[in-house]
Write a protein that binds this ligand. Structure first.
Ligand code: ZN
Length: 173
């Protein structure tokens, strides 16, 4: 069954959302670390900000659900195709050699997936309360995406460093 259709009650939806946001916070922090290696403190700052938003969001969800015990969602229960939350970067794409534009693109991919996750729930959950809240969350993800787009527009392509790949794919001779 599609995940969005399994969001039959508020607690289930909130439990998934907390798991998603906490995981996203970690990924944003990793991207920030990467940008610090690249001496790009401004973009690092943006990723820290997004990590902070995700943590704040997770906390809000926890506060909102106080009194009701949220079911614990283990990663293997997610049913998400990649085994990771939709807002988290694919580990294979996380590379400290990544340049700024690439890091921003990974982050945007994360925000886009988070948006799509919430958006599909806002359309397909059988519970109207869940649908309404998911629509709110989807809008927030859109704001994060807009923030990253602004940064990406500021990366001048001509000055973007070429990334040295010490282990290029093998070319047949
Ligand atoms: Zn986000």
């Amino acid at each position: 069954m599609k995940l969005s259709k399994q969001m039959t009650d508020l607690d289930t939806f909130l439990a998934y959302s907390v798991a998603l946001e906490e995981e996203a916070a970690e990924r944003h922090d990793e991207l920030a670390d990467m940008m610090e290696v690249h001496n790009n403190p401004e973009v690092a700052e943006t990723f820290r900000k997004l990590a902070h938003y995700s943590r704040l969001h997770a906390q809000e969800i926890r506060d909102r659900s106080q009194g009701s015990d949220l079911p614990r969602i283990a990663p293997w229960d997610f049913g998400w195709e990649t085994m990771e939350g939709p807002e988290t970067a694919d580990i294979g794409e996380m590379n400290y050699l990544m340049n700024t534009a690439q890091a921003l693109n990974v982050a945007m991919g994360n925000e886009q997936r988070a948006h799509d996750f919430y958006f599909s729930i806002s359309e397909e959950s059988p519970d109207p309360e869940v649908r309404a809240l998911a629509a709110e969350f989807a809008d927030e993800e859109k704001e994060h995406l807009a923030l990253l787009e602004k940064w990406l527009a500021k990366v001048p392509e001509s000055t973007e460093e070429t990334v040295f790949d010490p282990d290029p794919p093998h070319m047949p001779e």
